[in-house]
Design a protein around this ligand. Structure first.
Ligand code: KG4
Ligand code: ZN
Length: 333
């Protein structure tokens, strides 16, 4: 079964073709960052228009690269939330059009569930049960995953997402949007102990707060002018990483998971990928990271999730599938 996956929930237009939910034939991501960089964040209407312009071109390119034709597509999977409503409408409308024209099933996918399906695209695949940590630009949550399709959100940020905190901190430093990858690179040259940024809410519970960390950074920058850019990046990143790692380990212990799966754009971060396995193994736990290109937004994970829903859960959606900007993960099948 060949699944066409489509992802347009934010500022990446992504198209993938995946065989039997596991074998990636082609995974194309067109990033709109240049379009939004001068505004310091995503402009929803501009994003929608650019998805509309780019999506059909990418689908054609994907078919050509995979040496497939429209006749080979058996199913279309599309992100229908959470995300920006305009961009979601573009992807869902296009996917419904494909399903109608080709007479194939349409399957709506939760963007956060799709992030977790990156684990299934690994070789060998990482399957539940596990404690999932999803850390991206829009979301940061801890989720108990006893089996695919069953998600219990057990903690997460009360305010900014981890990626959002990095992007906002980067903006303070004058780095272009999105700053996460740049902070990643700069931090590797810096001292993570140079600036004593706070670790908000570290000592208790499974909730996190990253906006307080950003505020602390604002005050610190106002009062000091001594630290180098690499030291600042390394220190701020260290605070974010420490909070993510500690909270995930605590959640895993509390809900009795021995395995932790990390997903979302921030999971591409090198410092997180370095620190987490060490801390986990010290506590007798295993942690898994998908390859970086499957951590950030892409459509191969959407196709893998759609395949699971259709093939293993027997779910498909009507052509009237309606996007939901606030689609929750909790309990979502
Ligand atoms: O999952 P994603 O691609 O899109 C959302 O669903 O939000 O995540 C994007 C976020 C951005 O905040 C970006 O700065 C961050 O992930 N990010 C990183 C890295 N790559 C992307 N943060 C730290 N280190 C990275 N290497
Ligand atoms: Zn995402």
């Amino acid at each position: 079964m060949i699944v066409l996956g489509i992802e347009t929930s934010c500022d990446e237009t992504a198209v993938a073709l995946v065989r039997d939910g596991r074998e990636i034939l082609v995974n194309l991501v067109y990033s709109q960052t240049d379009l939004h960089a001068r505004y310091g964040g995503v402009v929803p209407e501009a994003a929608s228009r650019d998805h509309l312009r780019k999506l059909p071109v990418l689908v054609q390119e994907a078919l050509t690269k995979a040496r497939l034709s429209w006749n080979d597509v058996d199913l279309v999977g599309v992100t229908y939330g959470p995300g920006l409503i305009g961009p979601l409408l573009v992807g869902v409308s296009y996917a419904a059009g494909v399903a109608l024209a080709r007479d194939v099933p349409l399957v709506g996918v939760n963007h956060l569930a799709a992030h977790l399906f990156a684990l299934r695209l690994m070789d060998p695949p990482v399957e539940p049960p596990f404690l999932g940590l999803i850390a991206s630009g829009g979301h940061t949550l801890l989720v108990a995953v006893p089996r695919w399709g069953e998600y219990q959100v057990v903690g997460g940020t009360r305010d900014d997402a981890a990626g959002e905190a990095l992007d906002k901190f980067g903006r303070l430093l004058g780095l272009p949007y999105p700053a996460g990858p740049k902070i990643d690179a700069l931090a590797s040259e810096g001292d993570p102990n140079a600036v004593p940024f706070p670790r908000p809410m570290l000592e208790s519970g499974l909730d996190m707060s990253f906006s307080g960390l950003k505020t602390a950074a604002v005050y610190w920058l106002r009062e000091h002018s001594t630290a180098s850019l690499p030291d600042l990046c390394a220190s701020f990143l260290e605070a974010v990483v420490e909070v993510l790692v500690e909270k995930a380990l605590r959640a895993a212990r509390r809900f009795r998971f021995e395995r932790i799966a990390v997903a979302g754009g921030v999971a591409a971060n090198r410092r997180l990928r370095e620190v987490f396995p060490e801390r986990a193994s010290a506590r007798g736990m295993l942690v898994f990271f998908p390859p970086p290109e499957l951590c950030t937004d892409n459509a191969a994970t959407v196709a893998a999730c759609a395949f699971h829903r259709y093939h293993e859960l027997g779910i498909s959606d009507p052509l009237s599938l309606s996007p939901d900007a606030n689609l929750p993960l909790h309990g979502w099948r």
